[in-house]
Design a protein. Structure first.
Length: 364
């Protein structure tokens, strides 16, 4: 079951040439005609499985033959570079795009979108039945949120100019910044960046003869970059470690939420501040769950401290709504282990999911 059938149209051939001219040669095998390929079919089917917040805008975009062709070409030409353990972008245009996207959405999020696109390509290529293509499109649609759609729009827009449609007002389009600007509203100087490399420690190394003062300003204002020699910038996925090692290097917002919470507690006079450490009671003794779930006898609260009145206060954060069931199980386990403590579960945006306050304990 091949990726496509039939020959490319004149429009598709022109788009293909534009993408190769902008980004360099394709790194993944592309079918003779993307327009009739299973990859584009899977992309269009994926909108059925996207969240309500982006589904309408995604359908408007993916119903445009030009846009969906651009996404297909982007997967083979740009996102394919993320297959390497340390992605390297040697074409000036692609290097500039990588810096722009890193400033716009962050390296972690950009890498996640790239990997989702590559998994879709690989799964569709391996599919042998329509049901397998549908399953691949479902997996892709479920992981594509507003950030992912923004990334696709920026990549396709830079590759094909003004040929993509506008989406309905009030949809995801209203959330899109100017495609020629960084998150700080500063223009990245096109054609002045020579290479961009994402190394294993989550750092983006950008080199060029003259990256430009405006780009430098954007980096300094956003706190993402530091000046290097030779007109190069180094963007670091900086992780706060005042209260302990990074919770995870792959999820900066989660780590920063923990650090901010512990800083607020320290300012409020809390003691014995703990970050991602085994659960303790107010006396500093380790506690175990007498009804362990899946054999897990103890938990590691994201943030834990002792209030001035001596009450232990534990907090966890939900990064991925799909993990909510597991997070609620962990929450109930912490309550069982230490019913004399305050326990809370929040989303990263600060929305309270669950709270337990022991009888007789005041809150806050």
């Amino acid at each position: 079951m091949g990726l496509s059938r039939g020959a490319a149209t004149r429009t598709e051939t022109k788009l293909h040439e534009e993408f190769l001219n902008q980004f360099g040669p394709a790194l993944l095998p592309l079918p003779e005609s993307l327009a009739s390929s299973r990859l584009l079919l899977a992309l269009q089917l994926s909108t059925r499985y996207m969240g309500e917040g982006v589904r309408e805008a995604a359908r408007e975009l993916f119903n445009s033959p030009a846009f969906v062709l651009g996404v297909g070409l982007s997967i083979g030409v740009y996102f394919a570079a993320w297959l390497a353990p340390e992605p390297f972008f040697s074409k000036a245009f692609a290097a500039t795009l990588t810096l722009r996207l890193a400033l716009l959405v962050g390296l972690v999020e950009l890498g996640q979108v790239a990997q989702a696109c590559l998994r879709l390509y690989q799964q569709v290529e391996a599919a042998r039945t329509p049901q397998e293509v549908e399953a691949a499109s479902a997996r892709f649609g479920k992981v594509m949120g507003g950030t992912g759609l923004r990334v696709l729009v920026v990549v396709v827009s830079m590759g094909m100019g003004r040929m993509i449609p506008q989406v309905p007002k009030g949809g995801i389009w209203s959330l899109l910044p100017s495609l020629g600007a960084t998150s700080e509203g500063a223009q990245v100087m096109l054609g002045t960046i020579a290479t961009a490399e994402v190394v294993a420690d989550g750092t983006l190394i950008v080199t060029g003869t003259a990256v430009g003062e405006v780009a430098a300003s954007a980096c300094s204002k956003s706190g993402l970059c530091t000046m290097m020699t030779g007109g190069a910038f180094k963007e670091e996925a900086r992780l706060s470690t005042r209260y302990g090692p990074p919770h995870t290097r792959q999820n900066r917002p989660h780590n920063e939420a923990i650090e901010k919470e512990l800083a607020a507690r320290e300012a409020a006079g809390h003691s014995r501040l703990e970050k991602n450490k085994a659960q303790l009671d107010a006396m500093g003794e380790r506690v175990l769950d007498r009804q362990p779930v899946n054999g897990v006898r103890f938990r590691r609260p994201d943030a834990s401290s002792v209030r001035p009145d001596g009450v232990r206060h534990n907090t966890n954060y939900v990064s991925n709504p799909r993990n909510l069931k597991d997070e609620l199980e962990a929450f109930e386990s912490m309550v069982r282990s230490d019913p004399g403590a305050i326990h809370e579960l929040y989303q990263l945006n600060g929305t309270l999911v669950r709270r337990f306050v022991p009888p007789g304990v005041s809150y806050p």
